[in-house]
Design a protein around this ligand. Structure first.
Ligand code: UDP
Length: 472
């Protein structure tokens, strides 16, 4: 381990405290950030985590002095587990997150007090808490104990800008929409081009009131922090990053793509099936469609059926991730009879893939995604164009940007049906238009590579973030 305790002036080593929310798309960037801070500045890290979906690294690196993992709320593990959304897009994520935040407050206060007490005897002193911006309650606990905070936004700048506009849209009576009429939902939002009204319909089951409170707390978490950290890069979201810095009046650090900077810490909550990489080795360059909808999105059995036959009928090689329990109403995923023979070796199905390795594999030519921010960013950074099938939360916003701003993919709208899938897959992988999208995606990949090099925007932002942490 690097030891800047010997900085010549006898300063103690610094420790950063972190608290992610227990979802794959949030744990991953937080642990990647931990790794970057440790390798870049020799900071020690303590990761506080909920008693559900504990990061695997919590066990693996128990012996590592640089990393410490602390379970918060072991006594309320049952309640926390009951709060975890199970029904994919049908779940009230915003409500669940706020209840989880409330549940973890008191146990976190205990854990933090102990960590600060131990501080005196430690070789590394706690400097600040990097908190997921969905944990405003946890952040308040830290504030009360005099600990500075930084807010990690695991979504894109495009999403935060939309969230910042939410109160104004409510004030103008644009939100909530008067009806769920399709024409109205497709209406462009003049305040937030290129978004449409329906891109702001974060979930079918969360009430408008819950959403408003959730976003208010999220924005509070950013405003009350000493800085907002975003997993994105300047060349990708320059104008939205400026809007955030102006609108929130706190320093903004665009330090992504984190997965291309961080080297350590396994963060996958599920076991990745590595055999698909060998299968990819046997495929031709840019010939394969990778299909995955992340860790939470789900489909019903009819959609599974249509997807299966759409992929087969496209005659394009595919690698398809079907997560356990991701098909509503059935614990076991039932692919249709005759599916396997019909693929004639052209398709592979796994329950969880090493996604970042898949996307950088030369054989992958397209990604059919739900547009979670991590998946979107990972695709961009490896120059892979997308078919977008967003379901909830920020996914619609990300998909709109993929289609309208970066022009590196298109949305698959409406009821899933095999013919439309077949057409969409061929459009992405075989058409001139698809080729142009791939070309633009490659251009963004080059920019993502440059921004993390010496003198690049993200590299510089990391230096500034480290300086800030060192100044606390
Ligand atoms: N992922 C993975 N294997 C898979 C599918 C997804 O490792 O088979 C990873 C992916 O690389 C990404 C994360 O899971 O880092 C999903 O995050 P995202 O924000 O895209 O979506 P969420 O799961 O939060 O909806």
């Amino acid at each position: 381990a690097i030891s800047p305790a010997s900085d010549g002036v006898g300063r103690r080593r610094r420790r950063v405290l972190m608290f992610p929310i227990p979802f794959q798309g949030h744990v991953t960037p937080m642990l990647q950030l931990a790794d970057v801070l440790r390798s870049r500045a020799g900071l020690a890290v303590t990761v506080f985590h909920a008693p559900v979906n504990a990061p695997a690294a919590a066990e693996q690196s128990a012996a590592e002095e640089d990393y410490r993992f602390v379970t918060v709320g072991a006594g309320v593990a049952g309640e926390a587990a009951a709060l975890m959304p199970t029904g994919g897009s049908g779940s009230d994520f915003a409500g669940a997150l706020m209840r989880l935040d409330a549940l973890l407050r008191a146990p976190f206060d205990d854990a933090l007090r102990q960590a600060l007490l131990a501080d005196d005897e430690e070789e590394a002193a706690a400097t600040c808490l990097v908190v997921d911006s969905n944990l405003r309650g946890v952040q308040e606990v830290a504030e009360r104990r005099g600990v500075r905070t930084l807010a990690l936004r695991t979504g894109g700048a495009c999403c935060l800008v939309a969230y910042m506009a939410f109160p104004e849209l409510c004030g103008k009576g644009v939100l909530p929409p008067l009806s769920r009429d399709q024409l109205q939902l497709d209406m462009p939002l003049d305040e937030l081009p290129p978004l449409r009204l329906r891109d702001m319909m974060f979930s079918a089951t969360t009430t408008h009131g819950t959403m408003a409170t959730c976003l208010e707390r999220l924005l509070d978490s950013a405003r009350c922090s000493s800085g907002v950290i975003l997993n994105t890069f300047d060349d990708l979201e320059n104008s939205d990053l400026r809007k955030i810095a102006n609108g929130l009046s706190v320093p903004v650090y665009a330090i992504g793509p984190l997965h291309k900077i961080s080297i350590g810490q396994e963060s996958s909550l599920l076991t990745q099936d590595q055999s698909c990489l060998e299968w990819l080795d046997k495929q031709e360059a840019e010939s394969v469609l990778y299909v995955s909808f992340g860790s939470l999105a789900s489909m019903d059995s009819q959609e599974l059926l249509e997807t299966a036959w759409g992929l087969v009928d496209s005659e394009i090689p595919f690698l398809w991730v079907i997560r356990p329990n991701s098909v509503q109403g059935s614990e076991q995923t039932c692919l249709p009879d005759g599916f396997e023979e019909a693929t004639r070796g052209r398709g592979m199905v796994v329950s969880w893939a090493p996604q970042q390795d898949v996307l950088k594999h030369r054989a992958v030519g397209g990604f059919w995604t739900h547009n979670g921010w991590n998946s979107t960013l990972e695709s961009i950074c490896d120059g892979v164009p997308m078919i977008c099938r967003p379901q909830f939360a920020d996914q619609m916003i990300n998909a709109r940007y993929v289609q309208e701003v970066w022009k590196i993919g298109f949305e698959l709208e409406g009821k899933l049906e095999r013919r439309m899938i077949e057409r969409a897959v061929r459009r992405l992988l075989c058409s001139e238009e698809g080729k142009e999208m791939r070309h633009r995606a490659k251009d963004l990949k080059n920019k993502a590579t440059t921004c993390i090099e010496k003198g690049g925007s993200s590299n510089t932002a990391i230096d500034m973030l480290v300086n800030l942490i060192m100044s606390f």
